[in-house]
Design a protein around this ligand. Sequence first.
Ligand code: NAP
Length: 308
Amino acid sequence: MKILFSAPEDDWGDYRDVLPAALVEAGIGADVVREAAPETVDYIVYAPNDRLHDFAPYTRTRAVLSLWAGVERIVGNPTLTQPLTRMVDAGLERGMVEYVTGHVLRHHLGMDAHVVNPARDWHPAPPPLAADRPVTLLGLGALGRACAQTLAGLGFPVTGWSRTAKKIDGILCLSGEDGLVGALSDAQIVVALLPLTAETENLLDADRLALPARGAALINPGRGRLIDDDALLAALDAGWIGHATLDVFRTEPLPLDHPYWRHPRVTVTPHVASATRPGTAARVIAENIRRAEAGEPLLYLVDRARGY
Ligand code: NAP
């Protein structure tokens, strides 16, 4: 069996040992290669920032296994007719839970006022308890659900919103357009963990950014295009949104002259919320190849029509 590792050189450095080891652990005999004649390749392990874009010559390839959770760059590629899986990785999930929890707690506790306090202000009012701070998660997939459950465990009243209806212990789960209004209304902290699709692009527009409690914090580790940037800047200037912590952007790296860099109530983090962790991700890839070879359904198959 031949597996083409089609990802930038840095990724190869991370996976060149752990991927073959995970394949052996899963009982798969395979060569993991960097170059191959397309018609000889059985599986492609793929990073969407790789230079391979024409999948048509890969006539023997049984699946394309993405190293990334977000697949918006390849889901519409007309040459990609092979099954496509996205990455759901325990390490990626833990990283996102830590990022989201950290930034939620920063806003909840008003930490900035104490970290940077040049006026030596004495703030006598302690923050409310988590129980009095409603938090909304847009997206209840692999990452959103894990963040929602951790935040609920800390005592926050958590509302989650997804495309299809869900039941998750301790989380108020809403779906659909009405559900979105309910999920955003009066939220004090909103976290966006949706994939970028035709339906979610510019989802956070002027009308929806006006729904949370006045001065709410917005945290976006999902995708930049979920937000109408002009509407967010206007909502920040009007005080509807008190602070935005943004990890992902329409253009990355975020251009140096972008207003987000200099806005006093915007925190820019450079797409570091979380990353696929090679040790755990290699096992996910190996398990999916094992499944494909055994004729079992693939895990985390992307639905092309749905876009994620
Ligand atoms: P996922 O498991 O596919 O979950 C996506 C969630 O969004 C699901 O709950 C889905 O609803 C919901 N959703 C999709 N379209 C919707 C719509 N039109 N209306 C309402 N809900 C909708 O994805 P994931 O693994 O949690 O990852 C989420 C995103 O995080 C990725 O797509 C990627 O963009 C981003 N990400 C960012 C970083 C970073 O470092 N910043 C790292 C990894 C991932 P259903 O449950 O009903 O399907």
